[in-house]
Design a protein around this ligand. Structure first.
Ligand code: OAD
Length: 247
């Protein structure tokens, strides 16, 4: 289970870190409140702040971190059951984690559509608009609705895949939680689906979400790149992990 903290060393800011987080740095967009940039009602009235941010966050500008490579290595070893991510940067896919193992709980920039008639929109066109910080409109002549990437905004339902897969943590025999404040529901409740007797390993700058309250929980507090290197070293995989990252 991952969040924005695993992409920090790629150069993508997280949301809630004081001073450096995205929400602390949105003043220039003149938003009524920081999370409005991802609020569907606000987007309908004023989509430009989102497209200003999308220009900075759009996939293609960033490289996966060694933490993403750690997840990919787990998969190559046949040890990855599911990856639940809140991230919209697509770096897990870029690191080689296959699509069928990933549950992008908050959607991603991978696809886009009209928010009114739901007609899909071309990726090439989207990339062009984001590059110019322009708001794309639906190509259906009767519609002309606003187009947005399939990122889950506040006020929108999570993808069906999240609800189909949300019981998967119950089948895990080890669970990693990395780089997330576990503040946004329903994602934040996923670690509670892990069986009581199964260790949950939190690799994060700070303690979150009550992880540490169960006797088998493990806290690896610090940056996650250091944390995954420590775990890989303990497993005798460090060289393999560095090689995976260098690919
Ligand atoms: P947050 O910004 O809320 O939390 C990031 C967490 O990662 C914090 O606990 C940080 O301390 C920690 N962190 C930061 N850098 C780290 C590093 N290098 N190594 C380890 N930990 C680090 O981000 P999320 O939990 O992902 O929703 O936020 C959840 C959701 O809130 C996002 O998906 C987004 C946002 O509103 C939507 O866009 C719908």
């Amino acid at each position: 289970m991952t969040g924005a903290g695993i992409s920090m060393s790629a150069g993508i800011p997280d949301f809630r870190s004081p001073d450096t987080g995205l929400y602390a740095n949105l003043a220039r967009l003149n938003l009524p409140y920081a999370e409005a940039v991802f609020d569907i009602s606000y987007f309908r009235k004023n989509p430009l702040p989102f497209y200003t941010l999308a220009h900075e966050l759009y996939p293609g500008r960033y490289r996966p971190t060694i933490t993403h490579s750690f997840i990919s290595l787990l998969n190559k070893k046949g040890l990855l059951h599911r990856l639940f991510t809140q991230n919209i940067d697509c770096l897990e896919r870029e690191a080689g984690v296959p699509d069928d193992k990933i549950v992008e709980a908050h959607g991603s920039f991978a696809t886009q559509r009209c928010i009114e008639c739901r007609t899909p929109y071309s990726e090439k066109e989207m990339r062009e608009h984001v590059k110019k910080m322009e708001v794309p409109r639906c190509t259906q002549s009767h519609c002309q609705g606003l187009v947005k990437p399939d990122i889950v905004f506040f006020g929108e339902q999570l993808p069906a895949k999240f609800f189909q897969e949300r019981e998967a943590p119950a089948q895990a025999d080890l669970c990693f939680v990395m780089g997330t404040s576990l503040t946004v529901q329903p994602f934040a409740s996923l670690p509670s689906f892990v069986d009581d007797r199964v260790p949950r390993v939190l690799i994060n700058l700070e303690r979150v979400g009550g992880i540490g309250n169960r006797s088998d929980d493990v806290l690896v507090l610090g940056d996650c790149d250091t944390g995954v290197r420590k775990i890989a070293e303990a497993c005798g995989w460090l060289e393999e992990l560095e090689a995976e990252w260098a690919l």
